[in-house]
Design a protein around this ligand. Sequence first.
Ligand SMILES: Nc1ncnc2c1ncn2[C@@H]1O[C@H](COP(=O)(O)OP(=O)(O)OP(=O)(O)O)[C@@H](O)[C@H]1O
Ligand SMILES: O=P(O)(O)OC[C@@]1(O)O[C@H](CO)[C@@H](O)[C@@H]1O
Length: 304
Amino acid sequence: MIYTCTLNPSIDYIMHVNQFEPGGLNRAEKTFYYPGGKGINVSRVLNQLSTPSTALGFAGGFTGQFIRSFLDEEGVSHQFIETGEPSRINVKMKSGDETEINGPGPAITSDQQTELLSSIEKLSPNDTLVIAGSVPASLDKDIYLKIASICKEKNISLVADTSGAALKQLIGLPVMLLKPNHHELGQLFETTVTTKDDAVFYAKKLVEQGAENVIVSMGSDGAVLVTSQYALHANVPQGQVKNSVGAGDSVVAGFLAALSTGKNLETALRYGVAAGSATAFNDDLCNQKEVDGLLQDIVVTGLN
Ligand SMILES: Nc1ncnc2c1ncn2[C@@H]1O[C@H](COP(=O)(O)OP(=O)(O)OP(=O)(O)O)[C@@H](O)[C@H]1O
Ligand SMILES: O=P(O)(O)OC[C@@]1(O)O[C@H](CO)[C@@H](O)[C@@H]1O
């Protein structure tokens, strides 16, 4: 069974504003509300790809209620710990470019944190846990390390999509998949990752330190997969980007969905990139039909 863990879920409030004028009264042409947070996005895309998962983490207040009801309607299983204070609302403004303002999220008590760790302790060996997104300030700074230690002890396969200090803590641990984007990979090594070769060079360092698979997503330049055996690149199909929020999470979901049906790593990379691009070409996250429609346009090539 796949579990996802989102420590700081959100409602993503997506606003399309034709010509944004800072300091003026702006009116949006179109708005959308979706449950957000990286782990939740992974669970929603897995569900679209007929791969069951359960979303764990914290949710609270009227916004938490919206997140739960939305997931219920879609048939995504969830077990969030109630925070009392409302989950955050993240504003994503599309106005030529994409501007994001993410809230800090509710305070989480140490009892609530302990409850989450206990629920992870109860997962079974060979389950997969996806930890994704930022760590709220009220939680222990090393919570991902604590979760990774539980996974190691219980033989739970760990997947991580996070950045900064939270990502740094996981280096050297036996992680099944790390999925930084090229900016996050660059930050980790205090450098700039711009080319496929840069991505392979630094992803290899993560593999040497214990990661089984590293996918570096590179926006319109596709994604690179590095393992101890080889490095592959997948291009992106042509299309019009509508909303790239959750595109990286969709890569993770597509990759895991393919692996769960026994596909090989090359095919799983192709699914991951198809899911990422299908989400980028959509207002909401992708669905199965859209992913299937892009698969044949994605070419996977070997890199040195
Ligand atoms: N311009 C684009 N055209 C086609 N596909 C795209 C484009 N931008 C992103 N994608 C798809 O989305 C995937 C992930 O993109 P990106 O590297 O921007 O992820 P990310 O920064 O982790 O995203 P997020 O944090 O918003 O989920 C890419 O590998 C690709 O499949
Ligand atoms: O603040 P974090 O946890 O880093 O990112 C949260 C977030 O921006 O990531 C998702 C897209 O990947 C959105 O659904 C959500 O709003």
